[in-house]
Design a protein around this ligand. Structure first.
Ligand SMILES: Cc1cc2nc3c(=O)[nH]c(=O)nc-3n(C[C@H](O)[C@H](O)[C@H](O)COP(=O)(O)OP(=O)(O)OC[C@H]3O[C@@H](n4cnc5c(N)ncnc54)[C@H](O)[C@@H]3O)c2cc1C
Length: 306
């Protein structure tokens, strides 16, 4: 119930204006967001690499309805990719892109075109792109665009959300040779008709989807902070005789950092999703919705400057 209210607020421009003008605690935003500039993102990637961690950088922004904004987002990714190349970070760092940030809600063809330009820049920088997944109204369109991008850039990553009833089947059909697939629980408010509502059902779907991905020929990227699912991922990798470099774990910047280091020290590939930029509102609200304990901190931060 509380989760639904926060996720509804995540898409409310009125509440965004309220939060945007309230003295939201800088330390709360900084816990989840690496900074505002390209240099901040590159510095975070460098620091993670020195700890033996991989990274995927996300320039914050979503649901763009202005073409100039979508162009500006593409330009920032091009800028970021050339910085990663210049800094020698392409081996350890890729980028994550939301299609709605490059205009999916304005014109799907133009969003594809901008995503294509980002993939081309990533290829020439020596790295890869993963296309984030947003709410269920764009699942088909997003998978379709990923499939088109993969015709020229075969290593483009897709994201599937275990809370969607369709996901186990999507895992089976997408887990082809070379296919990079991030599996997450899913972060949006979705109706019962398309998504499991009970956490236990989401977890069961996640486990079935791990099995489908590990049994397939693709490269599974298990994005979760859930200790039980991480253990099941390790167990399933052993069961399916996967080498440690044939799959990876992923977690968000600022969440369970000690666990990230532990998994890397044990020889697993561990990638951290690092958001940066000043459009942090929707991202932060989804993180608040994931953990009731965050709410008290968030509520206090709306009235207290720190
Ligand atoms: C790398 C990565 C990429 C993602 N990309 C997408 C995407 O493209 N589309 C999408 O819909 N979703 C995405 N997500 C979000 C995901 O769908 C979940 O909402 C989020 O990861 C929380 O689910 P969980 O598996 O960690 O399990 P949960 O059951 O939510 O959490 C398990 C445990 O992790 C810790 N934890 C989880 N969240 C928080 C938090 N916010 N603050 C503090 N502790 C926390 C707590 O200890 C909690 O008990 C991504 C997640 C990751 C890690």
């Amino acid at each position: 119930m509380l989760r639904s209210v926060i996720l509804a607020a995540a898409r409310s421009s009125k509440f965004e204006r309220f939060v945007g003008t309230a003295p939201v605690s800088r330390s709360l935003v900084r816990r989840y967001v690496a900074g505002e500039t390209t240099a901040d993102a590159v510095a975070a990637a460098r620091s993670l690499a020195s700890d033996g961690l991989l990274a995927t950088l996300d320039y914050l922004g979503e649901d763009t309805i202005v073409a100039e904004q979508a162009d500006a987002t593409r330009d920032e990714y091009l800028n970021l990719l050339s910085a990663l190349k210049a800094e020698g970070l392409s081996e350890t760092t890729e980028v994550s892109v939301k299609l709605s940030a490059v205009g999916q809600r304005i014109d799907v063809e133009l969003a594809y075109d901008r995503a294509r330009q980002i993939c081309a820049a990533a290829e020439s920088a020596g790295t890869t792109v993963t296309i984030d997944m947003e709410d269920h109204t764009v699942t088909d369109s997003t998978i379709e665009i990923v499939n088109r991008l993969r015709q020229d850039f075969g290593d483009t990553g897709a994201v599937l959300q275990a809370y969607l009833r369709r996901t186990e089947d999507d895992c089976k059909s997408l887990a082809t040779a070379g296919s990079r697939i991030r599996l997450c629980k899913g972060a949006y408010k979705e109706p019962e008709t398309v998504a499991y509502q009970r956490p236990l059902d989401v977890d069961r779907s996640y486990v079935r989807s791990i099995n489908a991905l590990m049994a397939g020929d693709g490269y599974p990227m298990l994005a979760t902070h859930d200790p039980r699912l991480v253990e099941i991922g390790i167990d399933r990798a052993r069961w399916f005789d996967r080498e440690p470099d044939s799959f990876e774990f992923q977690m968000l910047y600022g969440i369970r950092p000690a666990e990230q280091l532990r998994l890397a020290a044990e020889g697993y590939r561990m990638r951290v999703y690092v958001p940066y930029g000043d459009q942090w509102y929707g991202y932060l609200m989804r993180r608040m919705a994931e953990r009731p304990a965050n709410l008290a901190v968030f509520a206090r931060s709306l009235w207290t400057r720190s």
